[in-house]
Write a protein that binds this ligand. Structure first.
Ligand code: R5P
Length: 291
């Protein structure tokens, strides 16, 4: 029989137990497991994240810069705060000893040859838990042909996520024919948050982005979009976080940069240290030339 120890006596009666709010916007009422997962994605010190999105293959095959994820991405993956990808790439290419949080692509179906908004849920919650995912990402096509279906994909994942403590990232997808305006993104992001998304990924727009972040009650991460010059991508990331984004979820503007390793570090300094674009670009060039 183990010997019983003496009962403790020091209860620090003069110190109140702290009950601090959770550091992420709109997330204080969530359960412990959900908050713990979100704290792995977002740095609790800065409240921000640099997600590296490499899930493009789920609808467009081997995208430029992602031809060989083992060679192109694994060397820079430790520099990301979070990796966003499909379960196929995770299982086949990423070492299980990689401990950064994983955001799993959880919707899919159509390829670039078909109507992209016609997605369905593409991952079972049980498999996401088996893979130790930190969140699931689902595309929401507000204004798209299959708008309701995509919203329903999200709300079903939110219901499952609430059951198991898994945050759901709603990705606002904009059809090529649609206008990218503050009004559209306020509508899309707000719908996602109202219907339960735990955080939202959306595009930066030069006019009115701060009204998009302000009117969305949960954190917003900025989507990268098509490849633009490095200085412009750094400026976009800088402006987004200054205007209320809780970080970025960038793909092509990192892995299609001339030096992806230098770019992800420069984006990291932009997001977490608010390094202005000119200095961040100098950092990028220095790191690129070091190599
Ligand atoms: C959005 O449609 C998907 O999640 C993409 O595959 C990815 O996240 C896009 O990243 P980026 O536009 O920065 O290359």
């Amino acid at each position: 029989m183990p010997e019983a120890d003496k009962e403790g006596k020091d209860y620090s009666l003069n110190k109140k137990t702290e009950t601090e709010g959770f550091f992420l916007k709109g997330s204080n009422s969530l359960d412990w497991g959900m908050k713990n997962r979100l704290s792995r994605i977002f740095n609790p010190e800065t409240g921000r994240t640099v997600m590296l999105a490499i899930d493009h293959g789920y609808f467009q095959g081997p995208t430029k810069g992602l031809e060989r994820i083992d060679l192109n991405i694994l060397p820079i993956a430790p520099c990301a705060d979070t990796l966003m990808l499909t379960r196929g790439i995770l299982r086949s290419i990423v070492e299980p000893s990689y401990t950064k949080p994983i955001v799993l692509r959880a919707s899919g179906g159509p390829s670039i040859l078909k109507e992209l908004s016609n997605e369905q849920i593409a991952v079972d919650m049980e498999d996401a838990l088996r893979l130790n995912a930190a969140a699931l990402a689902v595309q929401v096509f507000i204004g798209g042909e299959y708008e309701t279906q995509s919203v329903h994909n999200m709300t079903r994942l939110v219901d499952q996520g609430m059951r198991y403590g898994m945050p759901i990232l709603a990705v606002t997808a904009v059809g090529t024919e649609m206008k990218r305006s503050a009004r559209y993104f306020r509508l899309a992001c707000r719908i996602c948050a109202e219907l339960g998304a735990h955080y939202v990924k959306t595009y930066y727009i030069p006019k009115g982005f701060e009204s998009v972040t302000a009117s969305c009650p949960v954190p917003i991460v900025m989507a990268g979009g098509k490849k633009i010059p490095e200085i412009d991508a750094l400026a976009m990331a800088y402006n987004a976080v200054q205007q209320g984004a809780a970080g970025v979820d960038m793909g092509r503007n990192i892995f299609q940069a001339e030096s992806p390793a230098a770019m992800i570090q420069a984006v990291g300094a932009t997001v977490h240290e608010s390094l202005p674009p000119k200095q961040a670009h100098e950092m990028y060039l220095d790191l690129k030339n070091e190599k």
